[in-house]
Design a protein around this ligand. Structure first.
Ligand code: PLP
Length: 348
């Protein structure tokens, strides 16, 4: 680091994204993208935006917000969008955690990084032995609650009524629900936004909408919370969504048929893979996401990770307390998962 770095940032440990190899030689099951290309409608509209690249995009993303509002059955004033949901989460940590942030000991690894970056006090709330979230553990906590639902990397989810319980514990405490994986089978909390002013739902087009490379996150909440997020956005980068991404996201959200078809396929392949992994001696809890969180009864996760990588398959292994013996495996195409199973059989 240079001698110019603000000393407050000396201790900051940045988030380490999963590997993004530049060669195509790997079967990539490590960062929970969709294995399919975006909807064909997306390709057509992005092409049209390229010749307009000399012009700034619409800073209010009005057409996109209209499409999202229709999709979520809310009004446009209840929608915010960001450069990936990571940007929205960053804004929420920066602006909406006046008493600190509380989240699970095992969850999305970016949350503690934001706490460090913005100097926010964090409180870790341990998951149960089986990695379930215990709602009662949050009673009495006045820090902003950050809940990944479904949780990552466990793949487990709370039902909508449990999220409602969390909201009711203290209506003066904000709950941020990060729904990055909700489209693969969990219940969304979006309908609760009308009833609860202390709820901010955050989601992304990176997983179920096949737009990880486009960077689009969204938030749904009461008007006042949306105003707060806009206050940060317009003090930071009003043009946070480029014009290709705005157009792509409108096309993606309007192509319901492609969305249904691809997510149904992922869920089917997930269940098929889960069965096969269990037959090979893996412990493999239910997943309501596009990944499986697994542990083998004899092989260590580190060894499996390394052996799979040598055979051209990338999965995610976190060298962290409680989960160091688990692998997180993204659900790819049927073909990719068959290859995964073959490689595992080979290793075992
Ligand atoms: C992938 C992921 C995100 C970030 O998604 P982007 O929209 O690509 O920034 C946020 N939260 C969780 C839990 C995720 O897994």
């Amino acid at each position: 680091m240079s001698k110019f770095l603000n000393s407050k940032l000396l201790q900051l440990i940045p988030y380490a994204p999963g590997e993004q190899p530049q060669q195509q030689e790997y079967i990539k099951l490590n960062t929970n993208e969709l294995p399919f290309p975006p909807s064909p409608q997306v390709l057509a509209v992005v092409q049209k935006q390229l010749e307009l690249l000399n012009r700034y995009p619409d800073p209010s993303s009005a057409r996109l917000h209209k499409a999202l509002a229709r999709h979520f059955c809310v009004e446009e004033k209840n929608i915010f969008t960001g450069n990936g949901s990571d940007e929205i989460l960053a804004f929420a940590f920066q602006a909406l955690c006046p008493n600190g942030a509380a989240f699970a000991d095992i969850t999305y690894g970016f949350y503690p990084v934001y706490c460090q970056l913005y100097g926010i006090e964090q409180q870790l709330v341990p998951l149960e032995e089986d990695f379930g979230v215990r709602v009662e553990s949050y009673a009495g906590i006045d820090k902003t609650v950050i809940l990944a639902n479904p949780n990552a990397p466990t793949g487990l989810a709370l039902a909508q009524r449990q999220v409602e319980e969390l909201l009711c514990q203290n209506e003066d405490r904000l709950v941020v629900v990060d729904e990055a994986y909700v489209d693969f089978g969990a219940e969304t909390s979006v309908p609760l936004v009308k009833k609860y002013g202390n709820l901010l739902v955050v989601g992304t087009f990176s997983k179920s909408r096949a737009l990880a490379g486009g960077r689009l996150g969204y938030a749904v909440a009461g008007e006042e919370l949306i105003d707060d997020l806009n206050r940060i956005k317009y003090s930071f980068n009003p043009y946070n969504l480029n014009r290709m991404t705005q157009a792509a996201a409108i096309a993606a959200v309007e192509d319901e048929e492609y969305f249904e078809e691809t997510r149904r396929e992922i869920v089917a392949v997930r269940e098929d893979t889960r069965q096969k992994l269990q037959n090979l001696g893996f412990e493999c809890a239910d997943s309501l996401t596009n990944f499986l969180f697994v542990r083998h009864k004899t092989y260590t996760a580190e060894d499996l990770y390394t052996e799979l990588k040598q055979r051209g398959v990338l999965v995610r292994w976190f060298d962290k307390p409680r989960i160091a013996n688990y692998l997180r495996i993204t659900v790819g195409t049927r073909q990719e998962m068959n290859r995964l199973i073959e490689k595992i059989q080979d290793i075992l």
